[in-house]
Design a protein around this ligand. Sequence first.
Ligand code: ZN
Length: 232
Amino acid sequence: MDLISPIKNTKNLGEQAYETLRDSIITLKLEPGQNIYENEIATLLDISRTPIRDAFHSLIAEQLIEVLPQRTKIVSRISEQKVKESAFIRMSLERSAFKLVASNWDQSNKYQKAERQIRRILDEQEEALEAQDIDQFFQLHEAFHNSILQLTGNETLLQFISRVRGNLDRFRYLARREFVLTGHSVDEHRELLTFLKNRDEQKVEQLVDHHMGELDEELAGLREKYPTYFTD
Ligand SMILES: [Zn+2]
């Protein structure tokens, strides 16, 4: 497996092992349904079993790893049901969060700094689009959403979203990989930023719903192409 390189930094090994494994699962380097072994991963990452076990526990809680009878562990298959459930939760929370940010937006340093950062992300997103660099595009897309969510200052919200999004993130990654990247979502991001600055809560709400909805068509196409990746 070429997915993982050894971890050099000895701080928070469990956390790093978790990040590395999660990233490999989301980007489908570890494929849905494939067996995954703690000792094999420990060897690949060149760290002991304990932090790997911690990382596995977190990924099981996030439903990205599944424990079968006999304690065999596999990368969980993509559940259409769970993708839809997590899309619903994420959309509901982001709708509220974005509206809150719109209502609080002002000329203070905090928001000026945030705006500069968001514009930088959007420019980089356009570069990634130009290069059709899916991994980069995907990361920047998440960075855009996170920088707005962070403006709520609600740590619990951020942690909660990151725990429920695994199944959805993986599905979104697959969808982006399979379809040609278009500028559509970047245009919507720019529009969202404008509405936030205008403190237009109603338009923010409408656009968040539109931006994060519409999974059905993609689901059907991807299920057909990758039947073994999906369950239920
Ligand atoms: Zn977006």
